[in-house]
Design a binder for this molecule. Sequence first.
Ligand SMILES: Nc1ncnc2c1ncn2[C@@H]1O[C@H](COP(=O)(O)OP(=O)(O)OP(=O)(O)O)[C@@H](O)[C@H]1O
Length: 457
Amino acid sequence: MEDNAKSLGRILVVDDNPDILMSMELLLKRFYEKVVTLSNPDKIPDILRQSDFDVVLLDMNFTRDAISGKEGFYWLEKINLMAPDTSVVMMTAYADMPIVIEAIKTGASDFLEKPFSNDQLLATLTAGLKHTESKRSVSQLNRTKTGLGLELNGSQPFIGKSKPMQDIFATISKVAITDANILILGESGTGKELTARAIHNNSTRRDQPFISIDMGSISENLFESELFGHKKGAFTDAVIDRIGKFELANGGTLFLDEIGNLPLTQQIKLLKVIQDKQITPLGSNTKINTDCRLICATNEDLLKKVHEESFRHDLLYRINTIELKLPPLRERKGDIAVLANYYIEYFNKKYRRQAALDQDNLKRLELYPWPGNVRELSHVIERSVILSEDNQILLNDLVISSQEKSEVPIQTFNLSEVEKGTIERAIQYFDGNLSQAAKALGLTRGALYRRLDKYRL
Ligand SMILES: Nc1ncnc2c1ncn2[C@@H]1O[C@H](COP(=O)(O)OP(=O)(O)OP(=O)(O)O)[C@@H](O)[C@H]1O
């Protein structure tokens, strides 16, 4: 390879010996587009958050722990978690077979025994880059094949092949590994809880608890006891000690759903705990340290609530380090077929049916605005599978119940909203037949299409 024919490849070298770093940098810069060297492994997470690398050359033996390689293994695991498609080549002067095997099992792609020649190094890097390329095409293939964005623990998939959901999955992967507090916004049924679980399951806290709590459903009296716990005798009904959710989530993730429903008196208590990272159970005078990653969710406009003074600005600022906005299903119609098919398969298994959806019915699902989002879609499919006959979901089986039909709130006098609502209802009324709907609305088909586009129906 010539200096002027650099190969694509972004290489990170981590070694606490400055001489090794300098000589490797000098050599590798002649061959690869980007070479970054790092003498302090503690900086690995930061650098991986800032840039992508194809291969990491990682020393196993930092001075703190010169021989066992434990620190190298620690960083190997961390890199695998943060950048699963990047190949890691381990370097060590103390390579013996058991260590090599363990490193490969832990996820290293290769090994370099020190001292190594330039040719050995370059050959290993060429193999490492090939390895990265194949890892990337396998994960890309898996994603496009199934339409699944992220696999959650267990059997629950998180589906979305539309561009907005693929963007959400990419953001989840990026933010999961940080400890930043996250606020998930979105209408009911868009998958906010699923998103919170995906963040937890892709984070370094995944082996610790994920504790979820619906802030809208806790009564004002029980708020402190639920969240911070209580001691026996703290109040009349406190017959035994109770551990609060903050303590249960210690080391893991605490998911506070419907945070917008929290009354102001409780917001201040929550804020204090988030700031101090300490809780005091009711009836106790001992503070307990808490270490949990906070994920909150709401379908309310919190900024508006801040302006109306029903949500504290300082609390919003604490919980929304990163905001993730889940798009409603009507804005990602591309996901409807894949979701519908997933639920048909799921409920076919559950109810021992073999129902299938034909193109007309699929069109109908795609035209419906889904005010209850994915939750509503799953309910509609469940009912339709149960009612299906002769292995076919019939048009009449696809019951979109009246209470689930989108209604424009009666209070609205906004002309666009009224027009949008009327169009939605006409399409529902004519079972998705656009010609009939257009006729009833007094529009040409072209004019109806333009409005469908305008209102993203
Ligand atoms: N992208 C998706 N793929 C598969 N299932 C989904 C997806 N989004 C939502 N669901 C399913 O829809 C239902 C509602 O999802 P979830 O509870 O996460 O929504 P939510 O936004 O938290 O709703 P709410 O605000 O009403 O609590 C769940 O059964 C969930 O499994």
